[in-house]
Design a protein around this ligand. Structure first.
Ligand code: GAL
Length: 674
């Protein structure tokens, strides 16, 4: 098994220049490319007219790939439909939330419910499977492209009503779950149920949540429909689709609940486009966010994932599309491997000549490979990846987990109250992740679908939407010796965003040994203090006023009407312990707090000492016990780090001293046997 290196390739754009395609494959070989992903946007050439198919060009791609020992990931074309299809079947086009039907154009502009769209997709997918489903070089099916978006057409409304009926059974149950007597929003007929829209209903939080759940379910249903069309001819090939991140902030993609979607893909794959060398944060801080999101996507299926797209250098849709500086491509790509990817795949293999993505980074650009630094760096990475085949299938061993939940994220975005500008759920997640990243402790970022057993420490930041089922899982985890840390704004609402009687889920208060009385918030210039021993830390944005029932106080508020009351507490529960951090602090307090916990719980780190926290050391462990250490320097200066003795540098085959030097932006990969 090999790590996959390659990516999205669009030979359909070069049909008038067949020699270009041949040349490309020669360049691919030289750069250690072993995989191409094709077909995602090729519907108009695959089926130029309804029921007239043209496969000659794709046959040639498969032939060339096979001649060159390259594997093919085959895309289905539903991500962008041809003009003739939209003209003949207008209902395939999406209707926006103002209830206007879009014109033909762009991509990802289709209704997932449309009977006509589903039927045309079924036909083309079946044809593809029939022709290529048994090709030796076919590695995997890549369904559509970055499923996303929603449609508000009549077919979707009726599917939504049906979904609601299945979920609630009666209108009374809906009205109760939605608290619909508020503002007289009571439904008296199923037909009154409509998707949230700015020209109608947006204020019923449970409706907003259910609509997002429905969109996830409908997207999954469409994915399964696409998959079913392949099965007749190709049921033994892996099937996946490419997930995304919210590109602006490099946080989990917001529109779909991937904890659910991941259950139907054979392997999680995603498209990773960090804005390296930006002017608002250090490379190390950005690397931390990249680490976090990869730790989440790996944990979705608790197995290695694939990077389906990344840029060999720059993108075309950031405000400033800065090329990766020399060496950064290796470091950034190795970081993806370090966090559990079995691939570095790119968008795109060759830059297009026209239209909107012509200035997007690519392996083969407008400047020929011989004088193209990006191509050279890709080739160097390809060589290094070829040394790491033993990594394939290896996993990370983590004793620490941080909890993330899409539904909670949606509910927090909808909250009307407290400090909205100070909400910062994702920043808080990163703040709680930082001490571990900086101390080279592996972390899993888990969701409600993961098993909690096996972790020593589980961190639950801002779990506002908190079900009774989740509570039960946590109780079991803590009773049997686990340590949990909760923060402010936790356990306030149930799955339909109804506030728990008493303000906070009773069982959670019992677990934490506290009673939560009040949520205080601060304007940006206002602060409080958190007093821990002799140290004083700043509190901002959020401070919870609570009483202790069985918990012990660890830190106290320094001022305001709750001066002297507990700000942080710990409760012994079963064989474990439950911490409550009532206030938002800076990194200083969190570093102290988690450093103590790491020591107390005897949680191991991948390094002993290092000259800078901008160095990250992550490990993966192969089935044969080999541990891969990725020592990564995200600073622009020479750094050194101390690792375990007797490690061997994979590139040189030399045993290394315990203290390892890393040049600016350098990455070294070392192995040991346990
Ligand atoms: C992805 C998309 C690709 C390409 C890329 C550019 O989101 O899947 O097709 O557009 O962005 O960065």
């Amino acid at each position: 098994m090999k790590l996959l290196h390659g990516g999205d390739y669009f030979p359909e754009q070069w049909q008038t220049q067949p020699e270009t395609i041949k040349e490309d494959f020669a360049y691919f070989k030289q750069a250690n490319i072993n995989t191409v992903t094709v077909g995602m946007f090729a519907w108009s050439i695959l089926e130029p007219e309804e029921d007239h198919f043209n496969f000659a060009w794709l046959d040639q791609v498969f032939d060339l790939a096979e001649e060159n020992g390259i594997k093919v990931i085959l895309g289905t074309p539903s991500g962008a439909r041809p003009n003739w299809l939209a003209s003949k079947y207008p209902d395939v086009l999406r209707v926006n939330s103002r209830l206007e039907r879009n014109l033909f154009g762009g991509r990802h502009n289709h209704c997932f419910t449309s009977v006509n769209y589903r039927e045309r997709v079924r036909i083309v997918n079946e044809k593809l499977a029939e022709r290529y489903g048994q090709r030796e070089s076919l590695l995997m099916w890549h369904l559509s492209n970055e499923y996303s978006g929603e449609c508000h057409c009549e077919q979707c409304q009726s599917a939504f009503r049906h979904w609601m009926q299945e979920k609630y059974g009666t209108l009374d149950a809906v009205n109760q779950a939605y608290w619909n007597t508020f503002w007289s929003h009571t439904y008296t007929d199923w037909q009154q149920i409509h998707s949230p829209t700015e020209v109608g209903e947006m204020a019923v939080h449970a409706l907003n949540l259910d609509w997002r759940r429905f969109v996830t379910d409908q997207t999954i249903d469409f994915y399964l429909h696409e998959k079913a069309a392949l099965q007749r001819y190709s049921d033994d090939v892996l099937v996946t689709t490419n997930f995304m991140a919210d590109t602006e902030h490099l946080i989990p993609f917001q529109a779909l609940d991937y904890s659910k979607f991941s259950q139907v893909v054979d392997v999680v794959t995603w498209d990773c486009y960090p804005a390296w060398h930006n002017d608002w944060e250090s490379e190390a801080n950005l690397a931390l966010k990249v680490g976090f999101i990869n730790d989440l996507y790996r944990s979705l299926k608790e197995q290695p994932f694939l990077i389906m797209e990344s840029s060999p250098s720059f993108v075309n849709w950031h405000d400033v599309n800065r090329p990766k500086r020399p060496g950064m491509h290796q470091l950034a790509s190795m970081q993806l491997l370090a966090h559990g990817s079995d691939s570095v795949l790119y968008f795109q293999m060759r830059a297009s000549k026209g239209s909107s993505e012509k200035f997007h980074g690519s392996v083969i650009g407008h400047v020929p490979p011989e004088r193209n630094r990006v191509y050279q760096e890709v080739a160097t990475l390809g060589q290094r990846m070829a040394e790491l085949d033993g990594l394939v299938g290896s996993m990370k061993q983590s004793e620490v987990a941080i909890y993330y939940d899409w539904e909670n994220d949606w509910a927090l975005q909808d909250i009307q109250g407290f400090s909205k500008t100070g909400m910062h759920y994702h920043r808080t997640l990163h703040d709680h992740y930082r001490p571990f990243w900086q101390q080279d402790v592996n972390v899993d970022v888990i969701t409600k679908n993961n098993a909690f057993e096996g972790y020593k420490l589980l961190i639950m930041p801002m779990v506002y939407l908190h079900s009774e089922d989740l509570l039960e899982k946590i109780q079991t985890f803590v009773k049997s010796g686990g340590t949990v840390v909760y923060t402010y704004l936790s356990g306030m609402a149930n799955e339909t965003d109804l506030v728990y009687e008493g303000g906070t889920l009773a069982g959670l208060q019992d677990l934490l040994g506290v009673i939560i009385n009040e949520t205080d918030v601060y304007y940006p210039s206002q602060t409080n203090q958190l007093l821990l021993g002799d140290a004083t830390y700043q509190v901002h944005d959020y401070a919870i006023v609570f009483e202790r029932t069985s918990a012990e106080a660890m830190a106290y508020y320094g001022s305001d009407f709750y001066q002297g009351e507990a700000a942080v507490s710990v409760n012994h529960y079963g064989d474990g312990q439950a911490y409550y951090i009532g206030a938002r602090t800076g990194d200083d307090f969190l570093a102290t707090f988690y450093t103590d916990l790491l020591e107390q719980l005897n949680i191991s780190s991948n390094s002993s000492t290092k000259t800078s926290q901008d160095v990250s050391v992550q490990t993966r462990e192969a089935i044969d016990g080999t541990v891969y250490y990725f020592a990564m320097n995200f600073s622009n200066q020479l750094q050194s780090v101390e690792l375990s003795p007797n490690l061997v540098d994979v590139s040189t085959g030399q045993e290394v001293e315990t203290s390892l030097d890393l040049q600016a932006f350098e990455v070294k990969v070392l192995i040991s046997k346990t």
